[in-house]
Design a protein around this ligand. Sequence first.
Ligand SMILES: O=c1ccn([C@@H]2O[C@H](COP(=O)(O)O)[C@@H](O)[C@H]2O)c(=O)[nH]1
Length: 233
Amino acid sequence: MSCQSPIVVALDFPTMAQSIEMAKRLDPNQCRVKVGKELFTTSGPAILEELHKLNFEIFLDLKFHDIPNTVANAVSVAAKSGVWMVNVHASGGRRMMEASANALQQLPDQNTLLIAVTVLTSMDQSDLSEIGIDLTPEQHVKRLAALAKSSGMDGVVCSAQESQMLSSELGKDFVLVTPGIRPAGSDQGDQKRIMTPAEAMVAGSHYLVVGRPITQAADPMAVLTEVNQSLGL
Ligand SMILES: O=c1ccn([C@@H]2O[C@H](COP(=O)(O)O)[C@@H](O)[C@H]2O)c(=O)[nH]1
């Protein structure tokens, strides 16, 4: 049975051993896990096998951004490994996203969610302006999310601050995956556009990515349980 919690714990560790140790302290009925660039670079696909053996559903967060052929093939390999969710950058454009969606459609019996990253939650208006984008984060997220939807994506990565707007613009079935989640009182770190778990769910987020507030806690499972309880689970 699929996990009922919207929480996806980011396993950002420099070794496979550390990430497995953390996964064993968590519960696949209480969260999913996310494998990002640091962990995948150190472990390779073996980490996916090990986490699957522990019964976790996996978000492979490699944020592919390349020419259409390269990204479509990478997404296809990811889906064949059985991951629950994989992502690309929406700023790779329509042809790249359509090629990725088509590649997945050609695989038999696959149900991997294909998601596009809009504006990183670590960025604010001044970061956008420095790269030549003279829009607010909300305006740019809206534009990229609409492009992602019309290019065949199942949803987007955005901040929870944009969830309400995207939910009403693009419909409640368009999947909103939101990092930058900070339980009250936890350190903001390098995140700029943040929200608490409960606020994010009220705003319309479907999945909440939480890394350091759980993985750096003395008792990660206790924090996860507290977060789930704050969501009525
Ligand atoms: O816009 C984005 C996209 C991805 N992330 C990833 O989520 C986690 C967040 O970790 P925290 O420790 O809770 O800050 C991390 O793996 C990022 O690579 C993101 O933060 N923002």
